[in-house]
Ligand binder design. Structure first.
Ligand SMILES: Cc1ncc(C[n+]2csc(CCOP(=O)(O)OP(=O)(O)O)c2C)c(N)n1
Length: 283
């Protein structure tokens, strides 16, 4: 089936601030799906609450929007129900590393075959710039004028400590590289974590393009976790690209003995039940 960007575009107007990194992340996601010749009818996207999640009505495909921090479990459910679909969870650093951190951890450990895009602008942006666990220690933010007292979570360090099968880092000001990273993540058979350094000119202007551009250095994929760890703990450089990929770790579903030699998906095996009578009984 011939697919182009028009298949993914909607008529909804964007509401992000001028200069927000979400524009490029959104375009990179659409371009990656088009390049992989995925039609919107083959794609499920699970959006979170936040500026990132406000992209949910600006892209075609099957879309769900869950409670804040819950984009990953929704996506996992969709994937397990029907593995023919390409499943993507789209979430901010607040939703993913604060409210939903447990979901991220378990999804990495389970290695479900789906892709998560973490928009890391280092703050809760939709609620006007409060600190999240990725905000740098000492930084003063709205509601914390004397500076953040806690240490910050380095997403790469957390992910690499959990025996992941795929971890990549992209940058919202490099949509071409990000497109290639997203394509690699979708093609990877397992849980693909893609952290995206996201420009947020309104609530995190100190992380400006001028500063970030001077620090970014691109790397090629490695399966050496020692090299990967060095890449994400560098003090001077920010390395982008597929930081680490381990193709030997099997994905969750293929390890399920009771699903061996089954040709149907779980969604085909669910019986349908009429619930209208139950609803009628409620006063
Ligand atoms: C459980 C819960 N806690 C807090 C909120 C309020 N809330 C809505 S959006 C948001 C900020 C989201 O930040 P992040 O996930 O980093 O996404 P961003 O807006 O930065 O893209 C918060 C705190 C909520 N809706 N639900």
């Amino acid at each position: 089936m011939k697919v182009d960007l028009n298949n993914y575009n909607t008529n909804e107007k964007y509401t992000w601030c001028p200069g927000c990194g979400d524009y490029n992340i959104h375009m990179a996601l659409k371009k990656a799906l088009v390049d992989l010749e995925k039609h919107p009818s083959e794609v499920v996207m699970s959006f979170d609450i936040g500026c990132n999640g406000n992209g949910g009505d600006k892209i075609e495909g099957f879309r769900v929007k869950g409670l804040h921090g819950r984009a990953i479990p929704f996506a996992v459910g969709c994937h397990l129900a029907n593995r023919k679909m390409t499943v993507i969870a789209d979430i901010g650093d607040g939703g993913c590393l604060h409210e939903g951190i447990d979901h991220l951890i378990h999804a990495i450990r389970s290695n479900y075959d789906l892709t998560v895009l973490i928009h890391n602008n280092e703050n809760f942006a939709l609620t006007t710039g409060q600190i999240t666990s990725t905000t740098k220690k000492g930084k003063d933010m709205y509601g914390f004028p004397d500076g953040k007292t806690e240490g910050d979570i380095n997403i790469g360090e957390l992910v690499l400590s959990l025996n992941p099968s795929f971890y990549a880092k992209g940058y919202s000001n490099d949509p071409m590289q990000l497109t290639e990273i997203i394509k690699s993540g979708i093609k990877h058979k397992g849980f693909s974590v893609i952290e995206i350094i996201q420009i947020c000119p309104t609530y995190n202007p100190e992380n400006s393009a001028v500063i970030l551009n001077s620090k970014i250095s691109k790397v090629d994929v490695t399966d050496d976790i020692g090299i990967a760890r060095k890449r994400i703990t560098s003090k001077d450089k920010i390395y982008t690209g597929v930081i680490y990929q381990n193709k030997k770790i099997k994905d969750y579903y293929s390890l399920l003995k009771n699903r061996k030699n089954r040709n149907t998906e779980l969604v085909n095996e669910v019986k349908s039940y009429g619930v209208s009578n139950i609803l009628n009984d409620i006063d």
